[in-house]
Design a protein around this ligand. Structure first.
Ligand SMILES: Cc1cc2nc3c(=O)[nH]c(=O)nc-3n(C[C@H](O)[C@H](O)[C@H](O)COP(=O)(O)OP(=O)(O)OC[C@H]3O[C@@H](n4cnc5c(N)ncnc54)[C@H](O)[C@@H]3O)c2cc1C
Length: 448
């Protein structure tokens, strides 16, 4: 009997290990980067707390912003547990922390998703230099892909309207993917407990971080029919009443811009489109424009003169800045808006325009101080939208009209005619002398 000999050459390949580094994409659905990273045999999911850099007299995160991030992380890690995964939350610079993780856990590839912002871009560049593994950047929380935007032309248009016209003619927002990825298990890692937020959501705006709350808000905004009057109501100063109030979840990436656009399309297919349903998409295009603008502009996004290096006169007089931050100016509506911002972490678009205009055009202060204060407090802080909008109002950004100055009295008459909002947020304060500065930036009182 012939003896059948089977030679088997079984080789044990070491497990392929990857890191997925979450940044502002704290969700599991519609997540191309997470899907790509899930091809590994073992996957370590990591988040690094935003680094608190002192900048323009502001330090650290505001209580509400910190709370919203913390809630978003706790929810993400809970959602990961039934999928056999967990989230490692660490503090520190990515340039230092990630190489240690790569070395300690024998990582073969690093994945993340595209973010705007010069620190974010620099961190990836440094990681590519320091690591000898592939560092892969996937599509982020945008309606379109990098190559779609590149196909529009060699230069991103200088202002929003030509960008919008090109996009509306040539591009369709990507369809969101609705499936959750199958995640491989993590390597043997000691996961830490994510500390609960130190403060509660404010009674004035009890928004919770995380995808579930974001998706509930999207559903409510569409199903209540609020979207059908959005164009008329969007300038309302209160959240949840006029505009969608989706920005906190969009900026954390707990919901994706693609899913919001798709939900609006579905609503239009079922109930018909109108100017208001279109306008929500129009505003998402603003967000999109500021994202790609910020990526292209790099550090110019943080320059006083913007991309063009425009020279303009401004002051660094600290007293007016402190009064603006504290909501203690001679403009009751501005005070109320600033109190709303610090207490809730949110302010309407119209409120942001009025308060930004006050800092820049009434007090003559460098716009970056205001942008930094917003960065500290906004629960929807987004580098491109925040700094891009501040530049726009200061006239050093994407505004073809060269800046926007809002008449505060007129705005008050239009948006808070009965003073209800001002009263609610305690805007009336005793009048104080206005300070102006001399040529050496010393404060002088005009009444002297
Ligand atoms: C000085 C200043 C700073 C700002 N900082 C930020 C910021 O840090 N993060 C942020 O998300 N938005 C910022 N904005 C834009 C805008 O104020 C907020 O997106 C909007 O108020 C959020 O409320 P909402 O979700 O109800 O908006 P909606 O009116 O319902 O709009 C829907 C979505 O469209 C996008 N959007 C709307 N308006 C704008 C706009 N002007 N620019 C960019 N995107 C827009 C947002 O993602 C928003 O959630 C800023 C605006 C100004 C004037």
């Amino acid at each position: 009997m012939a003896i059948l000999r089977i030679y088997s050459t079984i080789t044990f390949e070491p497990a392929m290990r990857a890191i997925y580094w979450f940044r502002n994409d704290l969700r599991l659905h519609d997540h191309p980067g997470l899907v790509a990273a899930s091809a590994a045999d073992e996957l370590l999911l990591v988040y690094l707390w935003p680094k608190q850099r002192p900048w323009c007299n502001t330090q650290g995160l505001g209580e509400q912003r910190e709370r919203f991030i913390s809630e978003s992380l706790v929810e993400l890690s809970k959602d990961l547990q039934p999928l056999g995964q967990n989230l490692l939350v660490l503090q520190g610079s990515p340039e230092l922390v990630i190489p240690d993780l790569v070395r300690d856990y024998g990582i073969d590839a690093l994945h993340t998703s595209q973010c705007a912002g010069s620190y974010e871009t620099r961190a990836l560049r440094v990681l590519r230099e320091r690591l000898d593994i592939p560092v892969l950047e996937h599509n982020g929380n945008t309606l379109f892909k990098e190559q779609d935007i590149a196909a529009l032309g060699p230069e991103l248009p200088q202002s929003f309207s030509p960008f919008r016209r090109k996009v509306e003619k040539q591009l369709n927002a990507e369809e969101p993917s609705r499936n959750l990825p199958q995640l491989p298990a993590p390597p043997a890692v000691q996961f830490h407990h994510i500390p609960a937020a130190r403060t509660k959501p404010p009674l004035g705006l009890p928004l919770r971080g995380g995808s579930h709350a974001g998706q509930r808000r999207l559903k409510q905004f569409l199903e209540s029919g609020a979207i059908r009057q959005y164009k008329e109501t969007r300038n309302c100063l209160d959240p949840l009443e006029g505009s969608s109030t989706l920005s906190p979840w969009l900026s954390m990436g707990s919901i994706s811009a693609r899913e919001v656009a798709a939900a609006v399309r579905e609503h239009e297919a079922a109930q018909g489109s109108n100017e208001s349903t279109y306008w929500l998409y129009f505003e998402l295009l603003w967000r999109e424009y500021f994202f790609w603008r910020a990526l292209r502009d790099g550090v110019a996004l943080f320059r006083h003169g913007g991309r063009e290096g425009a020279v303009s006169r401004c002051t660094f007089e600290p007293r007016n800045f402190a009064r603006w931050c504290a909501g203690d100016t001679n403009h009751a509506l501005v005070n109320a808006l600033m109190h709303q911002l610090v207490a809730t972490g949110w302010m309407s678009n119209r409120g942001r325009q009025i308060t930004a205009s006050c800092l820049i055009h009434e007090f003559g202060i460098d716009w970056r101080y205001g942008a930094a204060f917003f960065e500290k407090h906004l629960i929807d802080y987004d580098v491109g939208s925040n700094y891009g909008n501040w530049q726009y109002i200061a006239g050093v950004g994407a505004d073809p009209r060269g800046g926007r100055a809002f008449n505060i009295e007129k705005q008050t008459a239009q948006h808070d005619p009965d003073g209800v909002f001002t009263k609610k947020w305690d805007g009336d304060r005793p009048a104080q002398p206005m300070y102006v500065t001399d040529a050496a930036d010393w404060p002088i009182s005009p009444t002297n």
